[in-house]
Design a protein around this ligand. Structure first.
Ligand SMILES: [Zn+2]
Length: 164
């Protein structure tokens, strides 16, 4: 069953009837699912499985949640090549091989897609961090062929660290 958020349809009302029995934390979980998309992949079974005790206030909150929510915005995809897109990529990368933080002497292991550990990364001036982001090309840590601009940015970082 798919529930469209907006004017409560018969299907929505049917779900709300089931929601009447949800515990507050279960309701929050439903709310979270609703927030994630315009359509709720609310399989009826799952909702039915969550049934507990009836709570009028919970129904009221659920009803308000379902009926006052405006049509959700389309989730914005980060622009290809943007820092936001790169950041999503980097955060998903794991420790695929031995690779430590580039701060001299720091032994912390970080995924090859990352320049360094959190502590040292944020010790760098923002201008340098921005430069690393701007020149970093996702996948360069796999191919082993960073651009000249990235190599220069990384060298500038090491120069800055040396002055500390
Ligand atoms: Zn470090």
């Amino acid at each position: 069953m798919i529930v469209r958020v907006g004017v409560p349809s018969e299907a929505t009302r049917a779900v709300m009837y089931e929601m009447a029995a949800l515990q507050p934390d279960e309701l929050r979980e439903v709310g979270r699912i609703i927030d994630e998309d315009e359509t709720v992949p609310a399989d009826e079974e799952r909702l039915l499985a969550l049934i507990g005790t009836v709570d009028v206030e919970v129904v009221r909150v659920a009803y308000r949640h379902l009926t006052t929510k405006r049509a959700p915005r389309k989730r914005r995809e980060p622009k290809p090549g943007s820092v936001a897109e790169k950041a999503i990529y980097v955060r998903r990368q794991g420790q695929t091989r031995d690779h430590h933080c580039h701060w001299p002497g720091c032994p912390r292991q970080v995924p090859p897609a990352m320049w360094g550990c959190k502590e040292h990364w944020f010790r760098l001036p923002k201008a340098l961090r921005d430069r690393i982001w701007a020149t970093y090309i996702p996948g360069q840590e796999i191919s082993g062929t960073p651009s000249g601009a990235y190599v220069e940015a990384a060298a500038a970082v090491q120069e800055w660290i040396a002055t500390q």
